[in-house]
Design a protein around this ligand. Structure first.
Ligand code: UVW
Length: 327
């Protein structure tokens, strides 16, 4: 068994070294699988999620697109642009002609990064060692569009099961975790205990970090300076726990679902590699858990039916959606 610990920043750690002995679900659901750990969400698991519905409350967890205060974006990506294509003025100026019967309509379009708001990553979105989820060669899988492990199989299947929210920011006594703040498995379990909720096998794990809300408070200049999102940190214990608990989906209100740059190792987004690429866990990013967390603090119910279905975009690396939970 390859060594799984003992690495340090000084060693210029490669992901292939770090994760050499890390568990993998490749082949577990056959050589053609493209939905990974969503396979854990069987009909029985959907019904377990339905049993978490006890009040009939519906909360949506999509982030606002086109927020005048800015859309939270991974550096390098461009904000979403929504343009009006036709409005009432076009009829007034004669640019547009009413439909037969005198009906008029407005139209618009958006240009956006598919990863530029609340979205689900395709399983092939991130890789190392030239292979994406399930062992597909990255060169073939991603050539000019995702030929394998695109968002489409996930969009066709949908994500429905029992979800649990952990308010990690509140656990640390903060409104929001700040750049570079990290936490690990023990913190998540302590948070669950404090909230009085049990994380069960096959649960969809939702983490509130609060960090993206700081964009609206601080403004983009301060928010993006020395950008290093806070979040869950890589460790063998974290990876083994996700593996043993057979977690199908990790949803957070940050852009990357993990601390961007590991403070100990200096590597970037190792959990994308260990959890998404190796275990096939679906990443749902840039959720807005503000309303959900507020509601959970008020009624003490931290579990719910979690439902999500990204848009069916052909060959895409990810796709936006509006996550919806029912309590
Ligand atoms: C990267 O930033 C590379 O990915 P994600 O949007 O999944 O965080």
């Amino acid at each position: 068994m390859p060594e799984r610990g003992g690495f340090s920043k000084a060693q210029d750690v490669r992901m292939s070294q770090l994760l050499a002995g890390s568990p993998k679900n490749w082949g577990r659901w056959g050589p053609d699988d493209e939905v990974g750990s969503l396979n854990f969400l069987t009909q029985a698991e959907v019904l377990r999620g339905v049993r978490a519905v006890r009040q009939g409350k519906v909360v949506t967890c999509g982030e606002l697109i086109g927020n005048p205060k800015g859309d939270p974006m991974f550096p390098g990506r461009k904000p979403t642009v929504r343009e009006m294509v036709q409005d009432k003025n076009d009829y007034v100026t004669g640019k547009a002609t009413p439909l037969p019967g005198g009906v008029e309509y407005a139209d618009d379009k958006i240009t956006m990064f598919l990863q530029g708001s609340t979205q689900i990553d395709a399983l092939g979105h991130v890789w190392y060692d030239d292979h994406v989820w399930n062992g597909y060669p990255a060169a073939e899988a991603t050539a000019g569009g995702m030929k394998k492990t695109s968002i489409l199989p996930i969009a066709e299947r949908g994500i429905v099961g029992r979800g649990v929210l952990l308010d990690m920011a509140a656990h640390f006594g903060k409104f929001a975790l700040e750049k570079g703040d990290t936490f690990g498995l023990e913190d998540m379990l302590a948070c669950a205990e404090r909230q009085g909720v049990t994380i069960e096998k096959h649960d969809i794990l939702c983490l509130r970090i609060g960090f993206l809300q700081l964009l609206y408070v601080q403004g983009p200049e301060v928010f993006y300076k020395d950008f290093n999102e806070p979040g869950l940190t890589y460790s063998t214990e974290v990876v083994d726990w996700f593996h043993e608990m057979e977690i199908p989906c990790l949803a957070t209100d940050t852009i990357s679902n993990e601390i961007d740059i590991d403070p100990e190792l200096g590597v970037q987004i190792p959990l994308h590699c260990a959890l998404m690429r190796n275990l096939g866990i679906i990443f749902n990013e840039i959720c807005n858990f503000e309303a959900l967390a507020k509601d959970c603090h008020e009624d003490g119910q931290w579990d719910f039916l979690f439902t999500a279905a990204p848009l069916k975009v052909r060959e895409a690396t990810g796709a936006p959606l509006n996550v919806m939970v029912v309590k």
